[in-house]
Design a protein. Structure first.
Length: 580
């Protein structure tokens, strides 16, 4: 079986001490990669936390020994980001706990620079001043200290550099954040670090903030659209990422609102970093987690990572429906976050961290092109197609069921164009079970939905992390695994396109109905469910039957012996029911 490059274990490790965070990379003037990492000998926020650099000459496959940007010592240094300038100099910007009491999310905003592509760093650090605003005066020290941190990478607009950060009321609980921009209009050309000018934006005293989106509005990051618009994305505790735009160089911003798909549905992500990135060709990617857990969760709500492709239109970005980008096979482990993207030589990579491991991964061009072209593609996927009905199927009819891969080694997709005369509960649409009690069953479910049930003949129990808002709801018997489309998916008398994607590699099952990937709506935190990692062979007698009580007909049925990408499922929908 070939390597699944979405599997986090397939990435190349980035060196660190013990704890590691924010592995951010720039391509330096010599063509190598320079990466900075927040690391330390202990856990996060413990003594000795500091900033290191490392260099790769082979696009992340191997790295140099660690180089101190800030040495490990009494003062914690955290959250470095990188800015290369035309001269070849690289700046590392980070938090510096100057007095030992400001926490890793406070202190001074500092920088050092390197003129040899990161191999050595300036002996002196310089402070970036930030003006005192309402959020600072409201903090636990009444503005005596400032609380903030930066997960952004600087961007360039009309010769000036911009990067975003939140200001907090408390650097320990991370409460009360509002978004701010730090701007320099001469760092790209000024060689004397002490003469670099800095400005805190937006104008006024409040920052980018809407109380309607909750108390937590943090981890702001920005990109630049083709007309100079600054596009800011950040996390909340509502279960949705937010965004705002500025069309006047960060002086004023639109009122923040939730990121949404073109059909108006808000995107979902927990209290985890949603990262926007502009590719060299001007298209966009958004890293997020496609679940609406309203808070930190168990850490497993950052696994898997999903990606959405963005196309600029009329000063905004139209976001695609998402694909799984990376996953960890352990559903209970801390997931991936704090990514950085690298574009070089027509290829794209991403870095990520699980706090104790950091890696770099090259991304599949076909997956990226799929999300970027999702709104236009209208071709039927052919690879892996093992069954396609030639005529409509009605109640009581059967057909030869193709052999499906063992879910420990692969996956499958079942797709149907179907019309139901009535939408009731418990009517069997398809059933492949035989004497060995293995197979799949699709049936109507409450709320106008279709439900898929899988069973491999074994009985077991496991923790299905983050499919519910509490652990008790995630521990259950899985003698038979089930998942349903979103409520209201089906209407009587209407022709519907339904796809169940059973991805045995990532251990995720998702569903799409009429060109919309299910997202759980307002009733569920997500539209996908984890598969039991031990579920295996679903093959039984090799026959599949339409339920005798099924009222309606299946106009076309396709079965694939692999998981389809979201983009492929939606392309099949756009092709229409008549497409062969």
């Amino acid at each position: 079986m070939s390597v699944d490059h979405r599997n986090i274990a397939s990435g190349f490790p980035i060196p660190k001490e013990n704890y590691c965070d924010q592995p951010y990379v720039v391509v330096t003037r010599d063509g190598n990669w320079l990466c900075v990492v927040t690391t330390g000998p202990g856990q996060e926020s413990k003594p000795g936390q500091h900033i290191v650099a490392t260099v790769s000459a082979d696009k992340g496959r191997s790295w140099s020994p660690l180089i101190d940007v800030e040495p490990s010592g009494e003062r914690m240094c955290s959250w470095a980001t990188l800015l290369p300038v035309p001269s070849g100099r690289v700046y590392a910007i980070y938090n510096y706990d100057y007095d030992g009491n400001s926490t890793q999310h406070g202190g001074w905003l500092m920088f050092r620079h390197s003129d040899d592509c990161g191999r050595t760093w300036s002996p002196d650090r310089c402070r970036i001043p930030m003006r005192i605003t309402k959020r600072d005066r409201e903090n636990v020290n009444r503005g005596e200290r400032q609380y903030f941190w930066c997960i952004d990478k600087p961007v360039v607009r009309e010769g000036s550099v911009f990067f975003a950060l939140p200001k907090l009321t408390d650097g320990r609980t991370l409460d009360g954040a509002a978004g701010w921009i730090v701007k320099s209009d001469n760092i790209l050309t000024e060689s004397d670090p002490t003469r670099i000018r800095w400005e805190t934006l937006p104008d006024g005293d409040v920052g980018v903030y809407d109380p309607a989106l909750g108390l937590v509005q943090e981890e702001q990051n920005v990109e630049v659209l083709s007309d100079g618009t600054l596009y800011m994305v950040y996390r909340t505790v509502t279960g949705h990422p937010a965004y705002a735009v500025s069309r006047d160089g960060a002086h004023t911003w639109t009122n923040p609102r939730f990121l949404a798909y073109p059909d108006g549905r808000p995107m979902k992500t927990p209290r985890a970093c949603p990262r926007i990135w502009k590719a060299p060709d001007g298209r966009f990617l958004l890293w997020f987690h496609n679940n609406g857990y309203p808070g930190w969760g168990q850490g497993a709500n950052r696994n898997p990572v999903w990606i959405s492709g963005g196309i600029e239109a009329d000063g905004e970005i139209a976001w695609s429906q998402p694909e799984i980008l990376l996953y960890d096979t352990d559903p209970t482990i801390v997931g991936m976050s704090y990514p950085d993207f690298i574009g070089q030589d027509g290829r794209i990579w991403v870095t990520e961290t699980q706090k104790m491991e950091a890696r770099v991964h090259e991304l599949d061009p076909a997956l990226l092109e799929g999300v970027w072209n999702q709104g236009r593609s209208a071709a039927v996927a052919r690879a892996g197609l093992v069954h396609c009905s030639k005529a409509a199927l009605r109640a009581g009819e059967s057909f030869a069921m193709p052999r499906l891969p063992d879910l420990r080694e692969g996956g499958f997709t079942i797709e149907a164009w179907l019309r139901l005369d009535e939408v009731g509960e418990g009517r069997t649409v398809l059933d492949s079970f035989g004497v060995r009690n293995r197979g799949l069953r699709i049936s109507t479910a409450p709320g106008g939905a279709l439900e898929l049930m899988l069973h491999d003949g074994a009985s077991r129990r496991w923790i299905e992390a983050m499919d519910e808002t509490d652990m008790a709801g995630s521990v259950r018997s899985l003698r038979r695994w089930t998942w349903a489309t979103d409520d209201g998916s089906l209407r009587p008398g209407c022709l519907h396109h339904v796809v169940f994607i059973v991805d045995g590699l990532s251990k995720v099952c998702s569903a799409a109905v009429d060109g919309r990937l299910c997202d759980g709506g307002t009733r569920r935190i997500q539209g996908w469910r984890r598969l039991n990692p031990y579920m295996g062979d679903l093959n039984d007698e090799g026959r599949c039957r339409v339920g005798a009580d099924f009222q309606g007909r299946i106009e076309r049925l396709r079965i694939y012996d692999r998981y389809l990408l979201t983009s492929e499922a939606l392309s099949n929908w756009r092709a229409g029911a008549a497409a062969e």
